[in-house]
Write a protein that binds this ligand. Structure first.
Ligand code: SAM
Ligand code: SF4
Length: 194
């Protein structure tokens, strides 16, 4: 069983805790997409004989890609690799990127069928501590917009171990997660990188 991970190294803002490679600039966006397509060509024999079941746009902030960019990358993957007709295609997204227009357009004009939303916490004090640029309310709205657009296959990220995040607050975060009937949760222990 094969899967493809595509890293999109752009963010609107660098959160102070994050050690994933990304830059808070889209200056090299066009150059990057061209280079990515070229790298896919160079690796076209990498998965010979394998069927690709999952394709994951991770980051960074893949929800900053345009619909055209997403479709161009997926067309290239379709030409070069043997993709399962039921391919699971995940877009990692930040809550501040997921307004209703954007989610409905993604549903209508791309084959994306799964979202991974970086909620981190539904509490504003935790989000401020983490230097996030969205509120708890915006995180809820983002989940609702994704669901209203017709996506059921969703995962969210929550971080525990944040100073100030009590067991009661953590349980409340989990309650909210369960209330939305979301099928998958990734929970991370806050790691402070050197
Ligand atoms: C690569 S990030 C991309 C997610 C997306 N850009 C966002 O911020 O919403 C994937 C997830 O890793 C987790 N993460 C990143 N840095 C972390 C850290 N230092 N400690 C714990 N979790 C971390 C966060 O939960 C984040 O949503
Ligand atoms: S947590 Fe997400 S938005 Fe923040 S810097 Fe990391 S990849 Fe970018």
């Amino acid at each position: 069983m094969a899967g493809i991970y595509i890293h999109i190294p752009f963010c609107k803002h660098k959160c102070n805790y994050c050690n994933f490679f990304s830059v808070a600039s889209v200056k090299y966006r066009d150059v990057f997409v061209d280079a990515l397509l070229r790298e896919m060509e160079l690796r076209k024999d990498y998965l010979t004989g394998e069927t690709v079941n999952t394709l994951y746009f991770g980051g960074g902030t893949p929800s900053m890609l345009t619909i055209d960019e997403i479709n161009t990358i997926l067309d290239k993957a379709n030409k070069l690799f043997s993709l399962n007709p039921d391919l699971e295609i995940t877009l990692e997204a930040n809550p501040d990127d997921l307004n209703f227009d954007k989610t409905t357009h993604l549903k209508k004009y791309t084959p994306i069928n799964r979202f991974s939303i970086g909620v981190q916490s539904f509490f504003n004090d935790d989000l401020q501590y983490l230097d996030r640029i969205h509120s708890g309310e915006e995180a809820r709205k983002a989940i609702e917009n994704v669901q209203k657009a017709g996506f059921n296959n969703i995962t969210i990220d929550l971080i525990y171990g944040i100073p100030g995040l009590t067991i009661e607050k953590w349980n409340k975060n989990l309650d909210i997660f369960f209330d939305y009937n979301i099928p998958h949760l990734s929970s991370y222990s806050l790691t402070v990188e050197p």
